[in-house]
Write a protein that binds this ligand. Structure first.
Ligand SMILES: [Zn+2]
Length: 214
């Protein structure tokens, strides 16, 4: 890990990332330049590579692996890159390691029992959703109205409609304070808000267009 950090910090000798985007123990999942050689997976394109190299971006090893394998929707990569221009963002899961219900493997559909969304397409499974559990080193849980956590919502809302996530779900207090609606891409079903007390879900319902109307 130390070697990875050292390599990642080349060109910026000021500091070795004093404030990683993910908390200790979660792991930054930073892409290692070494993986270009050998048999390791390669980030599929420049956008993915830039995100993985961005010190403001953190991910669990599983989430970083999904990026490296190229299964994450490019609109989602772009949205995360917009957020990391201003904030430290830690993604807990895209596809791998995502569970709606403990012990129940995820599939193409949301399992029955996960609120009223049971049976709907699972955007995580298709690489079109990210769960963000930490913003600027703060847990989303318990910090729903923290200015930085709210700013992430406003940055998302500022993305043009055709590129903006249209399945944004966060804690009830966060959603209330922001005041966005379905037109902007927010999901406000009470049961979904209750299921997102501890993270912000950033997703795209469909491939390839969004359902945003403004
Ligand atoms: Zn999610």
């Amino acid at each position: 890990m130390g070697v990875v950090l050292l390599l990642a910090s080349c060109g910026n000798l000021e500091a070795v990332d004093p404030s990683p985007a993910c908390p200790p123990g979660v792991g930054r999942g930073t892409w290692s330049p070494d993986s270009r050689n050998g048999d390791g997976p390669r980030p599929g394109n420049n956008e993915v590579r830039r995100l993985l190299e961005d010190p403001n971006f953190g991910a669990t090893p599983q989430a970083a692996g999904d990026l490296e394998r190229g299964i994450v929707d490019r609109r989602l990569v772009a949205a995360l890159a917009t957020l990391t221009e201003k904030h430290r963002i830690c993604v807990h899961a895209f596809k791998k390691g995502h569970y709606f219900l403990p012990g129940v493997p995820d599939g193409p559909r949301i399992p029955e029992g996960y609120g009223e969304a049971g049976g709907l397409p699972n955007t995580h499974y298709f690489g079109r959703a990210a769960d963000v559990w930490w913003v600027d080193g703060k847990r989303v849980e318990g910090n729903a109205t923290d200015p930085d956590v709210l700013k992430v919502g406003r940055l998302l809302a500022g993305i043009p409609p055709g590129e903006r996530p249209d399945q944004v779900i966060g804690p009830p207090g966060w959603s209330r304070a922001l005041g966005y609606g379905r037109e902007e891409g927010w999901v406000l079903a009470p049961d979904q808000l209750r299921l997102h007390e501890d993270h912000i879900h950033i997703g795209f319902v469909d491939e390839p267009r969004t359902r945003n109307t403004r």
